[in-house]
Each structure stands twice: as structure tokens, then as C-alpha cells.
Ligand binder design. Structure first.
Ligand SMILES: Cc1cc2nc3c(=O)[nH]c(=O)nc-3n(C[C@H](O)[C@H](O)[C@H](O)COP(=O)(O)OP(=O)(O)OC[C@H]3O[C@@H](n4cnc5c(N)ncnc54)[C@H](O)[C@@H]3O)c2cc1C
Length: 330
């Protein structure tokens, strides 16, 4: 049996952040990660400068491409792009394939390539696949996190599930702005066009799963319309559009309900369902929760959901979205 003080399952932003903070205080940490890094993670890769502040690095110190975003919001039926809301944070895009690997390495923690299947508690310790044992266990395995599945059976609220389709590919884009399209063609959600620098763009669409189930158009039909619109607006050429093959991934939006810690075990990031309610932004909350869970282990902080950023825009827009645009389906 391999014994450690803390084992973190999942080496995405939440897991690597938690490990980074614990390693700074000399804690013995092992990360178990089922994929070999660098790995592809479906994500538009939009971060704010708060993420950099929380992780204590600057854009200049980041060794890969980081693009400062000039964001345009297109809100149906308007045909013009409005400038982004002024907030205290600047907006950037990164490529997750690079960002996650860099964060994992920077954490300084030992990483083992292992896909976790079973977890049980025995004599105050957590036993993982009868091979690893730890005093503190962190579930950072994203939407399908085995810690949540094994130990927190009732931690999710189905109506908070976000459905997404997304693609990242090389494309000689000429428009360097980031475009967000809200509610076009009846979409209860939004679609995005995010330039990543180095000739790569990310396009995708997202909305609450329950609305797609009730709506006339499913998410694939909406994606097809979105691609047609990008071609019309000359953001994409037809030959490229014809070749696109899209992939989907569901995840969960912030909810105060649902357990996220018990005994010496904590769920962080997507495994706790922490993405912001309006934009589905999950990297920031993943990092905040990773820091807080580490803080609780170090007896410096208390991990609570109320302290995690819930909104990308701030309360007023969420209020409008919740009541007028996203009322719960009957
Ligand atoms: C299409 C799409 C677009 C998005 N765009 C944005 C965006 O622009 N900005 C933003 O802030 N957020 C965005 N998000 C959300 C963001 O990607 C997530 O919130 C974020 O990745 C959460 O980080 P995490 O560390 O909790 O989980 P993850 O990044 O999912 O990492 C979990 C890790 O756990 C590992 N793992 C899982 N199961 C096991 C197991 N059994 N054993 C060992 N390891 C395991 C996985 O391999 C993975 O590496 C987007 C999400 C999607 C789907």
C-alpha cells in the first residue's frame, strides 16, 4: 500500500492548484491522473486576470500563448457586437492542452498515471483501489469524478447540467476579436468564437441541458445554425465548415445544494459543480475551490461554496437570466 498525507484524484486546474498550495507548505501530496498529460480538455479556455492573481503569475510569466481578448457580445435580435461589460478583471484565452500541463508541473506534486475505480474509508483513512491510502482525499476528477460517485452519491442537481459542443482547430482567422452570440435562433444559451493566438480558434455552443430536451431544436441543430451564421459573417470559410466534427461534454453549474465535503474528503472544481451560472466559466471556481480545500487542510481557511465566485458578470445579469431567459421548464 502506498501511503500519503493527501491524495488528489484529477490533475486538471482544481487538482493542480490544490496540490500547488499544499506543496508550498511542504505537505506530502500525490496526484492520481488517468490521462497522460498534455491531454486535450474540451474548453473555450477563457480566463480572467483573477485566475492569474489567484495562482500568482502574470501573463508575461506564462510560457505558452496567452491572448488578450477584445470581446464583442451579440445579443439577438441585435446585429451589432457590443463591447464587453467593464469589470475589474481583464480577459484572456489560453489553450487547455498547454495550460493544464503547465499548472500540473508547476504544482511540484508527484503525479501517477492511474485511473481510479474504487474508494473506501477504513480506520480513518481513504483506501483507493486497494493500492493507495491517505488521510485527506481530494476529488478533482471533473464531471465524472470517482470520489463523488463513490462517497457523495447525492451531490448533484440535474437541472443544473450544462450541455456543450466544441471544437478547437488551426484556422487562419483574420478577425482577432472574441465573439459571443446570445439567444440567436431561439438558443437558450450562447455560442462563442474565441481566437487563441498562434492560428488556433475555438468555437462552441452551450446551454442548460433541460432546455435542449424541451426545445424544438437539439444542440446539434443549434450548432449547425451557428456554423452557418459564422460562414455568413465571414468568420469561417465554407470549406473548413464542411469538415468540422464536433464533440460534446456536460458539466454542472453552481448550486448551493449538494454536499462537497465530509470528514477529510473534499470535492473541488467541476466535481463539486462550481462553474458560474451565467457563462459556465469553471476554471476560476476550480482554482478558488482548490485553494480553499488546501487552506482547510492547512487549517488556514474554511472551504465553503458561498465564497466561490458564482457570476462572471455580477448579480444583475444573473438575475435577468434566471428570471427572464432561463426560467425553470415546467
Ligand atoms: C465546451 C466547454 C467549454 C468551456 N469553456 C470554459 C471557458 O472558456 N472558461 C472557463 O473558465 N471554463 C470553461 N469550461 C469549464 C471548465 O473547462 C471546467 O470548469 C474546468 O476544466 C474544471 O476543472 P477541474 O479541474 O475541476 O476538472 P477537469 O479539468 O475536468 O480535470 C479533471 C481531471 O480528472 C481526471 N480524472 C477523471 N476521472 C479520473 C479517474 N477516475 N482517475 C484519475 N483521474 C481522473 C481527468 O482525466 C481530468 O484530467 C468549459 C467546459 C466545456 C465542456
Amino acid at each position: 500500500m502506498k501511503e500519503h498525507e493527501v491524495i488528489i484524484i484529477g490533475g486538471g486546474p482544481s487538482g493542480s492548484t490544490c496540490a500547488w498550495k499544499l506543496k508550498q507548505k511542504g505537505v506530502d501530496v500525490l496526484i492520481l491522473e488517468k490521462q497522460s498529460f498534455p491531454r486535450v480538455k474540451l474548453c473555450a479556455g477563457w480566463i480572467t486576470s483573477k485566475v492569474m492573481d489567484d495562482l500568482q503569475f502574470t501573463a508575461e510569466e506564462y510560457p505558452h500563448t496567452m491572448t488578450s481578448l477584445d470581446v464583442r457580445m451579440h445579443i439577438a435580435p441585435l446585429r451589432i457586437g457590443l463591447p464587453w461589460f467593464p469589470t475589474r478583471w481583464d480577459n484572456y484565452s489560453i489553450r487547455r492542452v498547454e495550460f493544464d500541463q503547465w499548472l500540473l508541473k508547476r504544482s511540484g506534486a508527484a503525479v501517477e498515471n492511474h485511473s481510479v475505480k474504487s474508494i473506501r474509508q477504513e480506520n480513518g483513512r481513504y483506501i483507493i483501489d486497494d493500492k493507495y491510502s491517505c488521510k485527506y482525499l481530494i476529488g478533482a476528477g471533473g464531471t465524472q469524478c470517482p470520489v463523488r460517485r463513490n462517497l457523495f452519491a447525492k451531490s448533484r442537481i440535474k437541472s443544473n447540467q450544462l450541455a456543450t459542443l466544441e471544437l478547437e482547430f488551426e484556422y487562419p482567422y483574420t478577425d482577432k476579436r472574441c465573439h459571443l452570440f446570445f439567444f440567436y435562433r431561439g438558443l437558450r444559451g450562447y455560442s462563442w468564437y474565441v481566437p487563441k493566438g498562434d492560428g488556433v480558434i475555438n468555437i462552441g455552443i452551450g446551454g442548460i441541458s433541460s432546455y435542449f430536451k424541451k426545445a424544438d431544436n437539439n444542440i446539434h441543430q443549434h450548432f449547425k445554425c451557428f456554423i452557418e451564421d459564422l460562414v455568413k459573417q465571414k468568420l469561417l470559410d465554407q470549406a473548413t465548415a464542411d469538415k468540422l466534427k464536433v464533440t460534446g461534454h456536460p458539466y454542472f453549474l453552481h448550486s448551493f445544494e449538494g454536499e462537497f465535503k465530509q470528514d477529510n474528503c473534499f470535492l473541488i472544481g467541476d466535481s463539486a459543480g462550481l462553474a458560474s451560472m451565467d457563462m459556465g466559466e469553471g476554471i476560476g471556481p476550480a482554482i478558488e475551490s482548490g485553494l480553499m480545500a488546501a487552506g482547510e487542510i492547512l487549517a488556514e481557511d474554511v472551504y465553503t461554496k458561498t465564497k466561490i465566485s458564482r457570476f462572471s458578470f455580477g448579480g444583475p445579469l444573473y438575475w435577468v437570466l434566471d428570471r427572464l431567459v432561463y426560467p425553470q421548464p415546467g
